[in-house]
Design a protein around this ligand. Structure first.
Ligand code: HEC
Ligand code: HEC
Length: 377
């Protein structure tokens, strides 16, 4: 059945983000707190796989290839951290407010460099507005019968079905170079400004300079293409018509199917460049899903570990024994815990006393050593 809904639209953006290794992290009201390892955000109670060069990644890749061995069940906290959608019904949308004027200020400071004056777009950076959205909007019904020629102008105001996607996209993805850095109020202000540039209306009134957007108003704003984003397939043969349309390559691109080198003249049928950098890099070492937090002693150890010790012990920097690497810990465990406590507290070789954080209490360092011993069992 041909169905493209709001969720699918958003998920496709998420998978693109995933492909390029963007780290999306719960920063809304999800409860999954932030910790940092190797300077990267990781999810509490999530699983990462240590990989080369101090990098960690969320995937386990089986290089033996004897059988399919991809993936594992996601932990609760991992699901929580991914479940950061803002839905059209308001699910996931926090309180907050911001005016068009404030939005313009934030825009000029943080967005204009890429999206240009009045969000008109430039150098391949997308436009966020093209003028009056009500006048410019065209539905996918047109796109289906004559693609490109009179297809919709593809910007937020004219094309997107729901405003909720705008809030979510800005909050989690923008600015492109510093995602998740904006406050909720800043996001509301930016949405207000972008709505103003698209000349959208709130309850029949144009969204002008003085307009202040808040959660309640936000959820009432409708986009002109709300019902046109999904192809309008009338009548009993609707789905078949759509299938037939997409089965004929003449109806899109330059009339040929292809998977690579698809740029013909100025037209691109499919993605023309190949992805040659895979992030995160592949890992052969696997750690098992961590226990959900019980607030116990090993939990304290794990927390301190993540903030103070992981930078060396996740990657093996300077010859540090890698967490969970049994062979690396075998000797240390044999020498006994007391010795390990002493070395961790006083330092040893390239290992600085207390991992460099001398404000830690001896007992706290010991808790981390206990944790490291557990991980190496
Ligand atoms: C460093 C460059 C850069 C900066 C700064 C930046 N963006 Fe973007 N923005 C992009 C790129 C690149 C895309 C397209 C991403 C894609 O398609 O995968 C994009 C896409 C978007 C989109 C989706 C557009 C669409 O129709 O698909 C919105 C909305 C957006 N940006 C808003 C903002 C806002 C608001 C700011 C300021 C807080 C901002 N951006 C700052 C580069 C940037
Ligand atoms: C700057 C990098 C670095 C940091 C940060 C760091 N370590 Fe180490 N650690 C090392 C290195 C290198 C070794 C191996 C030392 C050797 O055997 O010469 C080591 C070894 C150890 C050992 C084994 C000691 C033994 O008995 O052989 C323990 C236990 C340990 N570290 C615990 C910790 C704890 C706990 C923290 C955080 C509080 C921490 N480390 C932070 C680099 C680091």
């Amino acid at each position: 059945m041909f169905k493209l809904d709001h969720k699918v639209f958003k998920n496709s953006i998420i998978s693109i983000a995933l492909l390029f290794g963007a780290s999306l992290q719960a920063d809304l009201n999800t409860g999954a707190s932030k910790t940092y390892a190797n300077g990267k955000r990781v999810i509490d109670g999530g699983v990462t796989y240590p990989v080369k060069n101090g990098r960690t990644g969320p995937y386990f890749v089986n290089t033996q290839k004897k059988e399919f061995h991809y993936g594992r069940p996601a932990t609760k906290n991992e699901i929580k951290a991914w479940d950061i959608d803002v839905m059209p019904d308001g699910t996931g949308l926090p309180e907050g407010k911001g005016s068009v004027e404030e939005g313009e200020e934030v825009y000029e400071e943080k967005c204009i460099a890429c999206h240009a004056d009045f969000a008109a777009g430039m150098n391949g950076y997308p436009a966020l507005a093209k003028g009056n959205a009500y006048e410019l909007h065209k539905t996918l019904t047109n796109q289906r019968t004559t693609p490109d020629k009179d297809g919709p102008v593809r910007v937020f105001g004219t094309y997107w079905p729901k405003v909720s996607t705008l809030w979510w996209y800005i909050k989690t993805g923008m600015p492109h170079n510093a995602p998740l850095s904006l406050s909720n109020d800043e996001v509301y202000a930016l949405c207000a400004y972008i709505m103003n540039l698209n000349e959208l209306k709130y309850e029949g009134e144009e969204i002008d300079e003085d307009f202040v957007l808040d959660r309640e108003k936000f959820l009432k704003i409708k986009l002109p293409n709300e019902n046109g984003f999904i192809p309008n397939i009338d009548g009993p043969n609707g789905p078949d018509n759509v299938r037939k349309f997409f089965a004929d390559p003449k109806n899109y691109g330059n009339g040929t199917r292809c998977m690579h080198g698809c740029k013909k003249g100025s037209k691109v049928v499919r993605i023309a460049t190949e992805i040659n950098d895979f992030l995160p890099p592949m890992s052969t070492k696997r750690d098992l899903p961590k226990e959900e937090s019980k607030g116990g002693k090993s939990d304290v150890g794990a927390k301190i570990y993540a903030s103070t010790c992981a930078m060396c012990h996740d990657s093996g920097a300077a010859g540090a024994p890698v967490k969970g690497d049994k062979s690396a810990w075998e000797k240390i465990i044999k020498a006994g815990k007391e010795k390990a406590y002493e070395n961790a507290i006083k330092g040893k070789g390239a290992m600085p006393p207390k991992g460099g954080k001398t404000s830690l209490k001896d007992d706290e360092v010991k808790a981390v050593v206990d944790y490291l011993f557990e991980q190496a069992k």
